[in-house]
Design a protein. Structure first.
Length: 264
């Protein structure tokens, strides 16, 4: 029996408040198929992420479904063990006094920080320390978030997602707030994870942060899939100019893509 898709969205109608963001959205990502979802602000990327994290659900109707690893309904703690999320929004939710090791440990409880009713075990602490070492930030274990750089905070948050060794990692605008050096280092880390066999789902509006290891790109615009396919076929001057509504020229170098303004 073949493995169920990592993500399977069928004909979904989704609202945020009174605003309909998606109407008839369909998207399928197989397990092991690292994918970048690219689109401008307002394209529906944040809503898509909330669908995947089960914070919101589509309108219930026949022929419509959102399944993660073959299941429509998940208990949130069980889902977080299978699908790790890294986002700037989650990073900002942490109290500034929380220390690096506590950030990683909070992944066992799907919380933003640790609380008195969440006792950790020696096994929890050993695994959290192991992850920090693997990410090259063991020295941050006892350091408060307030004293870390944005790049250090992001690595601790990645450790939080990795603590369960999930099947896939979902990144929401991974280089937001990072300076150039930190952004380059983070993308290098994403490449290493992909090379180790981890499935990545990268949600972004920055073409340049899509690592060479991600071969599939989905363009999302105005609540619909604008284009979907192999990276070189999708990331074209015409597609990106239409998606972002500005004349653009696309350049590829060493498996990375970059865009530049183009005269109309």
């Amino acid at each position: 029996m073949s493995a169920p898709p990592l993500i399977e969205i069928e004909n979904a109608e989704v609202f945020r408040g009174d605003t309909r963001v998606f109407e008839g959205l369909s998207l399928r990502i197989a397990q092991g198929e690292s994918t970048a979802i690219l689109g401008p602000n307002g394209a529906g990327k944040s809503t898509l992420l909330r669908l995947l994290s089960r914070e919101i659900y589509p309108v219930h109707r026949e022929g419509s479904a959102v399944r993660i690893l073959g299941r429509e309904r998940w208990e949130v703690f069980a889902l977080r063990r299978r699908l790790g999320l890294v986002s700037y929004e989650l990073q900002m939710a942490y109290p500034r006094e929380v220390r690096g090791l506590e950030v990683v440990l909070s992944g066992f409880f799907a919380s933003a920080g640790l609380h008195e009713h969440q006792p950790t075990t020696a096994a929890h602490r050993a695994r959290a320390g192991e992850v920090l070492r693997e990410l090259g930030v063991a020295h941050l274990g006892d350091k408060p978030i307030a004293e870390m750089s944005a790049g250090e905070q992001r690595r601790c948050l990645l450790g939080r997602a990795l603590v369960h060794d999930p099947e896939a990692l979902v990144f929401d605008e991974p280089t937001t707030s990072l300076d150039l050096k930190a952004a380059i280092e983070l993308v290098a880390l994403l490449r290493r994870l992909a090379q180790q066999g981890k499935t990545l789902v990268l949600v972004t509006h920055h073409v340049q942060e899509i690592p060479p290891e991600i071969e599939r790109v989905v363009l999302l615009g105005k609540g619909r899939v604008f284009a979907d396919g192999p990276k070189r076929a999708v990331l074209t001057d015409e597609n990106l100019s239409r998606l972002f509504d500005v004349p653009l020229s696309v350049v590829e170098r060493d498996g990375f893509f970059q865009v530049f303004p183009r005269a109309p």
